[in-house]
Write a protein that binds this ligand. Structure first.
Ligand code: 0X9
Ligand code: ZN
Length: 322
């Protein structure tokens, strides 16, 4: 590892990489751009791998915070790849980034399920859950059923062998617990967006996921999501379906997005299901990383625009319309 700190990092967006390369890339950014990048280990997974966050900021603590996570489901390899692509675009392009990208405090967790991610590389390409052992021969908790909002509801299983096993209680897993702890340690309203990257299907989903209901500010979430979808289609031609989770996909309680919205009070909570729409599914060839990365970046930039809009600029817009 040592000399890599001098040479750079091993990450590319032409291949899927192991956890060490992704974490090495974060360390490289913190070392190379110490003015804007820091790395923090917020806790450790079941198998004691670090839960590593990259923070990007111009140093203004008052900026709206945006959380991005990827790799909560092990086999969804396009997710960490797209998330690191986005981090790379922001940091390497920092000097030319528009104000709405610079005036955000970014918190980026590329591999939220590091044990499962490694297992999907070494042993079972289609592994989904974490690596919690139940003392049976079917390990794992579905981290996206383990968050503490409406935990245990629709679309979750109490059977440890199920792909959607919710765990023994809300936040029973270190991987979800440390995310909630990290976010809850900031004052309320620090985070204005929570973006969770998954695959596949090309959807932009907003709460609720636990049931066929929508939030009071559904029209805001829907508008920003549609803006992102339209911009994506204009730039790469790919289409994203927009809607609330339960209605558009299926009901599933205990998701990170519902917790972010319902418990943490983060307004723009989204799950984005990256490509493709089913031809390759989870086993998407690496040649698709760049395009998905671009689309992910467009989504993130659209959200950044929304959360950096001042009250003044909103009023100006209303006045223009009338
Ligand atoms: O089922 C999931 O966790 C997500 N789909 S995936 O194919 N990546 O597993 C969708 C989650 C949507 N959000 C909620 N249901 N809260
Ligand atoms: Zn997923």
């Amino acid at each position: 590892m040592g000399f890599l700190f001098l040479l750079g990092h091993r990450l590319t967006w032409q291949a899927y990489h192991r956890l060490d390369d992704i974490h090495g890339f974060f360390d490289y950014l913190a070392k190379t751009y110490p003015d804007i990048c820091t790395v923090e280990t917020i806790g450790y997974s079941i198998q004691k791998r670090p839960l590593k966050i990259l923070k990007i900021s111009n140093g203004n603590a008052g900026n709206p915070g945006v959380w991005i996570d990827g790799g909560m489901h092990a086999r969804e390899w396009i997710s960490p790849a797209a998330v690191t692509y986005i981090a790379n675009q922001i940091v390497e392009g920092w000097d030319d980034m528009p104000a709405h990208m610079k005036n955000v405090n970014w918190h980026i967790h590329a591999v939220a399920n590091p044990d499962g991610y490694e297992y999907s590389h070494t042993t079972d390409r289609l592994w989904r859950k974490n690596m919690r052992s139940h003392g049976r021969n079917c390990p794992g908790v579905d981290l996206n059923r383990n968050f503490g909002y409406k935990w245990g509801g629709k679309g979750t299983s109490a059977n440890p062998c199920s792909q959607t096993y919710r765990g023994s209680k809300a936040f029973s897993e270190p991987e979800t617990f440390y995310i909630s702890k990290y976010i809850s340690n900031f004052p309320r309203n620090t985070f204005q967006a929570y973006l969770s990257f998954h695959s596949y299907g090309q959807y932009i989903l907003y709460p609720w996921g636990y049931d066929y209901r929508v939030t009071n500010d559904k029209s805001d979430l829907d508008r920003v999501a549609r803006q992102a979808g339209t911009t994506i289609t204009k730039s790469t031609g790919f289409k994203y379906t927009v809607g609330s989770s339960a209605t558009t996909l299926y009901p599933a309680a205990g998701g990170s997005d519902d917790w972010a919205k319902g418990f943490a009070g983060i307004k723009y909570a989204y799950t984005i299901e990256m490509g493709d729409t089913g031809r390759y599914g989870f086993v998407l060839p690496a040649s698709y990383i760049e395009q998905n990365g671009k689309d992910g970046f467009t989504f993130v930039e659209t959200v950044a625009r929304a959360v950096t809009k001042t009250k003044d600029s909103r009023r100006r817009k209303i006045r223009r319309r009338s």
